[in-house]
Ligand binder design. Structure first.
Ligand code: UD1
Length: 423
């Protein structure tokens, strides 16, 4: 298994270009199952998760062509009615659940192994199921499989109130509702930019969706959807990661292909810490070298609140600033595994339930052998390694490569001392 060897690197400087969004492209790829024609998706990041989704689509009869020089994939949906996703593919990626809504709407049936929990929590799919049931689906779960079947005359629009604005449930229900008869309203819907991107893609295919990006999404069902072409939005979490990389190394980095509106809470919190963030013509410029950085508190919330996917990265930063910070995680039940790893590097973080108390000090981190427990935690440990004295070895980096395109190459171009080695 591969690992990263990270050395204390000094301030990162230069420019980095952000890739297309992982969390936008995965549901968009699943949505191609709804189409009667060929879909071309541009600005696709080449990630392990995208490879898995390509395999899932192929297993369902689609023809998928990948052109990684152009960051483009073309998907021609199959003509058959394959509705079962192989278990070994679902095991590789939780986001495989995104095919449930499209398969159900298009073929009337979906059978998928239940995605298990992961290191950040239990991650149930009850809200996906609740929404699809309200559209008329019969859903059976048992033996580790979820089976959804539509009534003989198809899904029917309904009012769906989500008890929590789940991103995945909003996306699955929105996709299923595009081909349902009549109108669907999703209330307390998630408002993430990835949902807007998916709605834009579906609308280009001929769907009638309004309100994506607000807490109420209205979908008027249509008979069929056609092929289209779409460019994926830039990845806001990769953007945030390089913003933190600039700040934690007290560097000066211009982040190109970023959408400042998608990272408002990250900008606000970095500025509270004393970093400078400027929206320049070419991108977002983040400087950590102008002021002494100080502590701040963060609390994760659904969009437009502070993103849970940025929590580990910010925690790494907060271990290096002057003063003590509180980090409160409200979205996932168990997303503090990285606190123990950062503590192995010398940070003295105390976790009590959903709160972590993070004492900061510019000189406290020292290199250690640490484990990447999930995607964002892994990236956070790499950033911590860039400022820790000595050498940090980050193992299980397949988590990081699931979601960051050319991560160590992009860091190296900014002056980071990081090497990827096969164990
Ligand atoms: C998506 C993102 C992930 C991000 C998360 C929250 C993708 C591929 N992944 O994950 O990177 O961290 O949003 O911003 O887009 N929940 C339920 N029942 C459900 C569904 C969710 O209780 O049926 C709970 C979850 O356990 C969790 C919370 O709701 O505590 C948020 O989950 P959700 O918004 O669904 O996240 P994902 O779509 O899985």
């Amino acid at each position: 298994m591969a690992k990263y060897i990270v050395e204390q690197s000094g301030p990162l400087r230069g420019e980095v270009t952000i890739s297309g969004s992982k969390n936008a492209v995965l549901p968009i790829m699943a949505a191609t199952l709804l189409s009667d024609g060929v879909c071309e998706i541009n600005d696709v990041p080449h990630l392990l998760d995208v490879d898995v989704m390509c395999e899932i689509l192929r297993s369902l009869g689609s023809t998928v062509k990948e052109d990684w020089n152009a960051h483009t994939i073309t998907v021609e949906p199959g003509k058959g009615d394959i509705s079962e996703v192989p278990h070994e593919l679902v095991k590789k990626m939780r986001a495989s659940i995104f095919v449930m809504g499209p398969l159900l709407a298009k073929t009337g049936f979906a059978s998928i192994a239940l995605p298990g929990g992961c290191s950040i929590g239990n991650r149930p799919i009850d809200l996906h199921n609740k929404g699809l049931r309200l559209l008329g689906a019969r859903i059976l779960t048992g033996d580790g499989i979820v089976e959804a079947s539509a009534p003989r005359n198809g899904l029917k629009g309904a009012l769906v109130y989500l008890d929590f604005p789940s991103v995945g449930a909003t996306e699955n229900i929105m996709m299923a509702a595009t081909l349902a008869k009549g109108s669907t309203v999703i209330e307390n819907a998630a408002e993430e930019p990835e949902i807007v991107d998916l709605a834009n893609f579906l609308n280009k295919m001929g769907a009638k969706i309004k309100g994506a990006g607000t807490d109420t999404i209205r979908i008027e069902g249509v008979e069929t959807l056609h092929g289209t072409r779409h460019a994926v939005i830039p990845d806001r979490i990769e953007t945030g990661t390089f913003m933190v990389a600039a700040a934690i190394t007290r560097g000066d980095v211009l982040i190109k292909n970023s959408v400042p509106d998608h990272v408002r809470p990250v900008i606000a919190k970095l500025m509270e810490c004393g970093a400078s963030v400027n929206d320049e013509v070419d991108g977002l410029r983040v400087r950590g070298d102008l002021n002494e950085l100080v502590s701040t508190d963060i609390k994760t919330l659904p969009y437009p609140g502070f993103p849970t996917d940025m929590q580990a990265l910010f925690m790494a930063l907060l271990t290096t600033v002057d003063g003590t910070s509180a980090v409160i995680e409200t979205v996932f039940e168990n997303r503090f595994m990285h606190a123990a790893e950062l503590s192995r590097m010398g940070a003295n973080i105390r976790v009590d339930g959903r709160t972590a108390i993070v004492p900061g000090n510019k000189h406290q981190l020292t290199g250690a052998h640490v484990i990447s427990t999930d995607l964002r935690a892994g990236a956070a440990l790499v950033l911590a390694g860039l400022v820790a004295k000595g050498t940090t070895e980050v193992s299980e980096i397949y988590h990081i490569e699931r979601g960051y395109e050319n991560f160590h190459e992009k860091l190296t171009a900014l002056g980071a001392k990081i090497e990827r080695i096969e164990d």
